[in-house]
Design a binder for this molecule. Sequence first.
Ligand code: HEC
Length: 216
Amino acid sequence: MSDTNRKLPILWIVLGAAASVFIVLVLWGKITWFSDQAPIEFLPNMDHQFKAIPQSGSKFFSDGRTQRDPLEGTVARGSTVYPLGMGDVDKAESFNVNPRLEKTEFLMSRGQNRFNVFCSPCHGYDAKSNSKVVERGPWPGIPDLTREQSAALSNARLFHIVSAGQNLMPSYADKISPTDRWAIVYYMRTLQGVEGTDSYAPAVAASNSSTTGSAQ
Ligand code: HEC
């Protein structure tokens, strides 16, 4: 009787130790009980649909891209057309008139939000362009938007670049509304730490410098 009483705790200790080792091995990933085989599929056509999954490759299109450009001449509902081409930089100076939206807290945080969503992948959250895309490369020539050269670009030109794209940078006219694009321009100015001018036209720049003090 006394013998079995003494053996019982030892048995529990051994079992407890075995269980702990087992749990450690499972957590460590040394013991797995799941299978690499595909599970039985009752409705395979739901698991494997003929559709494009965003950000993934596609064997259907010859260029392998899932994300397609809009068909030429088509405009998505609710989106606007930016009539200037990438190279129309001179026209852009007079065409893109700063609507002088009131720089409310909402508008500025909207600009920040849109910038973080659409621009930060390449230009970084601080616009200095030390993003993962630049780091991992190879994608040459993503400029630091806070550099002097970029800060010197007019508001009209910045709006133009976002709307029409510039060389390897794509156009965002079909993805970001004009109001949001202006909000991005205003927000970019805060990252650059400059007031910015509306356009390169000397007359506009001159009249601008007297009024922009209150605008920011
Ligand atoms: C896919 C990467 C990518 C994204 C996303 C991107 N850009 Fe660019 N951006 C570039 C590249 C590349 C250039 C340089 C183009 C060139 O060769 O002139 C550039 C240039 C610019 C310039 C011109 C700077 C200068 O000094 O000439 C501005 C301004 C700019 N981007 C703003 C933006 C804004 C605002 C967004 C978001 C709406 C954005 N970019 C999104 C890649 C990107």
